[in-house]
Design a protein around this ligand. Structure first.
Ligand SMILES: C[S@@+](CC[C@H](N)C(=O)[O-])C[C@H]1O[C@@H](n2cnc3c(N)ncnc32)[C@H](O)[C@@H]1O
Length: 202
């Protein structure tokens, strides 16, 4: 397995800024989707649970998938005694059961190498009409992760939509829901748009 990018970030992950980013995503998601109490949910790249643990209250159960043992260590401390959560400490491709009604991901897809293969696998483990919500950065110049390159400099949402459709989903909407402002070069504030893509499995 490749080097864990988050190994030294996990214990300090839950900053006010990241909590606010996660809240923005949850609010945007809830504008488009009304999670049902009988659904089994899944988050891909759950990290410390900033998004998934908010949505857990709305569904029957949830699978939280992440490749970082350290991020999951932080998450596990938050869910001691919680029964309706399953942790998958691996790639989503290691989850093989077709029982997911609702799959979502926030700021994790740009860390995943092969998006078409990941989406094809998501198709295999989801029920017909399952809802999928992907939140991430729109295409950026690479400065967002300038010191630690990642597989994707954000996404061209037309290309991502094509991959989503090719995997067997219908794209329902793609919207910009937030703009991050970061000083990546001294004295220069760069803006990074965050999109939310909502799709339904055929
Ligand atoms: C930027 S963090 C976002 C965490 C969380 N979704 C949030 O909003 O705070 C990205 C997460 O994706 C995870 N990740 C990276 N590559 C992954 C992969 N191939 N499969 C599953 N998770 C992955 C990382 O370990 C990390 O926890």
């Amino acid at each position: 397995m490749k080097m864990d990018y988050f190994i030294n970030r996990a214990t300090n992950w839950d900053t006010p800024r990241r909590i606010s980013m996660a809240n923005h995503f949850v609010n945007a998601l809830l504008e488009h989707v009304e999670p049902k109490s009988h659904w089994k949910g899944m988050e891909i790249g759950a990290g410390t649970g900033l998004v998934g643990l908010q949505l857990l209250q709305k569904v029957r159960s949830m699978v939280l998938v992440d490749t970082s043992v350290k991020m999951l260590d932080v998450l596990k401390k938050k869910i001691k005694g919680v029964k309706n959560v399953e942790i998958v400490s691996s790639e989503v491709t290691d989850y093989q059961v077709r029982d997911i009604d609702f799959v979502f991901s926030n700021m994790s897809f740009h860390h995943i190498e092969d998006i078409p293969a990941t989406l094809e696998h998501v198709y295999k483990i989801t029920q017909p009409n399952a809802v999928m919500v992907i939140g991430d950065l729109r295409s950026e110049d690479g400065s967002f992760h300038q010191f630690d390159p990642v597989p994707h400099r954000g996404f061209d949402t037309d290309e991502l939509s094509e991959w989503v459709e090719n995997a067997g989903f219908s794209v329902k909407s793609v919207n910009t829901y937030n703009v991050l402002k970061r000083e990546r070069m001294q004295g220069k504030i760069s803006e990074y748009e965050q999109f939310i893509l909502v799709a339904e499995r055929k």
